[in-house]
Design a protein. Sequence first.
Length: 92
Amino acid sequence: MNDQTKTGVIRRLQSVEGHVRGIQRMVEEDKYCIDIIKQIDAVQAALTKTQEIILDNHLHTCVTTAIRDDEPARREAVIGEILEVFAITNAR
C-alpha cells in the first residue's frame, strides 16, 4: 500500500474508532435505539468504504503482480484468496 493510501485508510479507521466509542457512550447513556442503530449503520458504511479502498489497492498491486507472474500456482493462489473473501462476504 502506498503512503497516501495507507494514510487515508488509517484516517478512516481512526474516524470509525471514534464513532464506535460514541456508540458505546450512547448505549451507556440509554440514548434512543434508532439513533444508535443509525450510528451503527454509519460505521458499517465507513468500514465498507475502507474495505473497498483496500481491495482496490490489492487488485492494482498484489493481484496484478501475481497475474503477471510466471508461476501459475501463485496466480491461482491469489485468485483463490479473492474468491474466498467474496464467498465469506456474500455468506453474511
